[in-house]
Design a protein around this ligand. Sequence first.
Ligand code: NAD
Length: 474
Amino acid sequence: MRNYLKHFINGEWVESTGSETMDVINPATEKVAGRISLGTLEDLDHAVQAAREAIPTFSTTSREERIQMLEAISDEYEKRKDDFVDAITEELGSPRSLSENVHYSMGLNHFRETARLLKDFSFTEKRGDTTIIKEAVGVSGLITPWNFPTNQTSTKIAGAFAAGSPVVLKPAEITPFAAVILAEVFEAAGVPKGVFNLVNGTGEVIGNGISSHPDIDLVSFTGSSAVGQKVMENAAKTIKKVALELGGKSPLIVLEDADLKEAAKIAVSNVVMNTGQVCTAATRTLVPKAMHDDFIEAVKAVLPRFPVGDPNGKNFVGPLVAQKQWDRVQSYIQKGIDEGATLVAGGPGKPEGLETGYFVKPTVFTNVKNDMVIAREEIFGPVMSIITYETLDEAIAIANDTEYGLAGYIVGKDEGTINKVASSIRAGQIRVNKAQTDFSAPFGGYKKSGIGREWGDFGIEEYLEVKAVLGMSS
Ligand code: NAD
């Protein structure tokens, strides 16, 4: 049982000014795994004030000092590997191998890669008599979701630190453990006081408090599109800079020359990873009509390779994060059935033998039309919708017929076709075949998937302001 009842403000662990606490539930056991304090607006004010006071010193540190700081953070982060893996497995229900190979490692990669890219990052540029200078934006309020407890916090924090901007972080209240360990990492790495502040709490109080705070210069939010819209509305009142990483309904296009077994494996692994709780999940699988039946067979054959069960066992798929998410995913599965899609695998209810915990069956629908609810709305669970197409232009049109634009996937061989599809999909990141994650590649969405880019040098840009000084010849 973890008692994480303090906030981290101005370099110290402090009591909350309020008395409200919240239980954190382990989604695999449905038992209480720990408790946090729900912060108040007074706590937030203290954190913002500490961050503001840190600006003059931190924003003028040298590039070298900030590289050293990011490297020290990476080293301390590595020392806490087991703690991160334990915490993420407990709070998210993520299988241990995933907690280690994806969650823990993504956080580490963001710090290491940002430190590397900072070495060559250009903060000044001469254009004749004009000098363009990039300066720290100031206090950055970060609001993060529960589905990747170290990835989203780390990418934002690494970018802000590289830019010289102090932060106030509010992680998702249902998965707050990893952020507490992260704060301990910063403490051990000697991050100066006020540069990192952690206030736990609800979206309603601390989230809203951040987006509307007059002394916060930028709000960076990752989460649902509905809340993203509220954040932007709130931020408008103080004309804050806004960065939003929101939802997705990404297409995976299987091309005519694709190896079907390979395509099925890529499609299934993508949709079940993190129990489908991934904003970039390829939830709409577009398959040539003539290949449909063979593709279905290939999907059925590959599904057993991704077993569902106890995160501490040798499983690939854990539970969903909470009862609320379980109910939501069930209602979408039922909606798919009601809309007339054909169930290929999975379906309603819990997998056999997994009555405790928020487990769901990886579910595959075919004969899905792109105007069905299951093809339009983000389900945030392991649910794949297979849609057939007859021509490449039709596939591209279906892929783009969505209000989202976060990611797109292409499986096939012909380079010309792949290039055509990659340039036609209106989304921020396109992955071809078994593309590996690239921590220096920009990440973010077109359309309702968001505003701005994170990761690597694009992530540093997010936390900078641009100044032009004219008439200085030297
Ligand atoms: P959510 O929007 O409910 O919550 C995200 C965060 O916002 C949490 O910390 C929450 O406490 C806070 N919040 C809630 N109400 C708020 C308010 N009124 N003002 C300010 N903050 C508030 O999202 P979630 O359910 O935690 O996460 C799932 C969603 O996040 C999905 O839609 C998913 O696609 C999206 N997501 C996007 C990305 C991306 O990078 N594009 C990454 C991961 C998740």
